[in-house]
Design a binder for this molecule. Structure first.
Ligand SMILES: NC(=O)c1ccc[n+]([C@@H]2O[C@H](COP(=O)([O-])OP(=O)(O)OC[C@H]3O[C@@H](n4cnc5c(N)ncnc54)[C@H](OP(=O)(O)O)[C@@H]3O)[C@@H](O)[C@H]2O)c1
Length: 301
């Protein structure tokens, strides 16, 4: 019989934070306490939620002491990749200093930290990355996330780092992720231009959430790669989405990354080897067709 644990989830209003909350609350015996920067974005509003700026060291220390969690799942981050490039100071405060705040607080309470990282720590030249592949971030976002990983790895505390990529899914009052934005745009018959030279493995947020549940229940530490089970370009993903949602794929125009003039460079050829997660955690992430069909059901379409 699984012993229930007390878990503090940061970034609870976010895409992954909401799904993680839902799964832990409804599918596990664990007790969850939630926090984010703003008021709770989803129902029910309750006693188990508090606002906190994770960049404030004293607030984090006090909160961890008060909640006394056995595990902290840190889904909070500054996730705007181009924003990180232009506001490097904020990127470092939220993505690195805040993690150090949790490390300091966790030493006092002996809490374990489960932290979410990204494929943007890799340069996207070779792709097909394993947990032991050599990082080489191209963007400041990637650099900040790699620094957060290194802070944990050298901290001496118990940690799990979960790297993922291109998350999509549903939740309440979320900024639209790539897939949901595309559904909205095509439904309103807008033309969209989508890059056909960036490749990765899009991740249904439910798969990532289940991976976190398994990591907690099996007590796994170290680094794990968790993403969707199929490799494609963003353009191929968009065309598949149009097909599954019965939308007009002729509205989707291929474009090259270089034409977008984005502030931050992206890894062009990403993708993870999922063997460790599949064997250690017993998960089998969805392919694109399965993930998009689940999204369609969740959106009630
Ligand atoms: N989304 C992806 O495709 C993707 C890909 C690879 C890795 N990841 C990683 O996966 C994790 C979850 O991503 P996500 O897409 O779920 O992110 P998200 O939807 O942007 O959620 C992040 C949450 O963190 C909160 N936050 C930001 N600054 C904060 C602060 N100073 N104090 C407290 N909370 C703060 C945000 O609040 P505000 O919205 O109010 O700022 C937001 O609710 C992140 O670590 C991200 O780096 C994401």
């Amino acid at each position: 019989m699984l012993k229930p644990k007390k878990i503090l989830i940061t970034g609870a209003n976010g895409l992954l934070g909401q799904k993680t909350t839902e799964l832990f609350r409804h599918e596990t015996p664990h007790e969850v306490i939630l926090t984010d920067l703003q008021e709770k974005a989803f129902e029910p509003r309750g006693f188990d939620y508090f606002t906190m700026d994770i960049t404030k060291k004293d607030e984090v220390k006090e909160a961890v002491k008060r909640c006394n969690p056995e595990i902290i799942i840190n889904t909070a981050a500054y996730t705007n990749v181009d924003g990180c490039e232009t506001d490097r100071e904020k990127s470092w405060r939220v993505n690195v200093d805040a993690v150090k705040n949790f490390i300091i607080a966790s030493r006092i309470n002996s809490s374990k930290i489960i932290h979410i990282s990204t494929d943007y720590i890799f340069d996207g030249r070779l792709g097909n990355y394993s947990e032991t592949s050599k990082p080489n971030p191209l963007s400041y976002y990637g650099k900040s996330k790699l620094a957060s990983e290194n802070a944990l790895i050298t901290s001496g505390i118990d940690f799990t780092i979960v790297r993922t990529m291109i998350i999509y899914g549903t939740g309440k009052n979320l900024r639209p992720n790539f897939a949901v934005w595309l559904v909205n745009m095509l439904t309103e018959k807008n033309r969209v231009t989508i890059v056909d030279d960036q490749f990765g493995m899009p991740t249904m947020v439910d798969d990532l959430g289940w991976g976190l549940v398994k990591i907690v229940d099996l007590g796994k530490s170290g680094i794990y790669h968790i993403c969707g089970n199929e490799y494609c370009s963003r353009y191929e993903f968009a065309v598949k989405l149009a097909e599954i949602f019965g939308l007009n794929e002729n509205l989707i125009m291929p474009i090259k990354t270089g034409d977008l003039n984005q502030a931050a460079a992206r890894p062009m050829n990403s993708g993870f080897i999922l063997l460790k997660a599949e064997t250690d955690l017993g998960i089998k992430p969805l392919n694109i067709t399965e993930g998009l069909n689940l999204l369609k059901v969740q959106l009630g379409l």
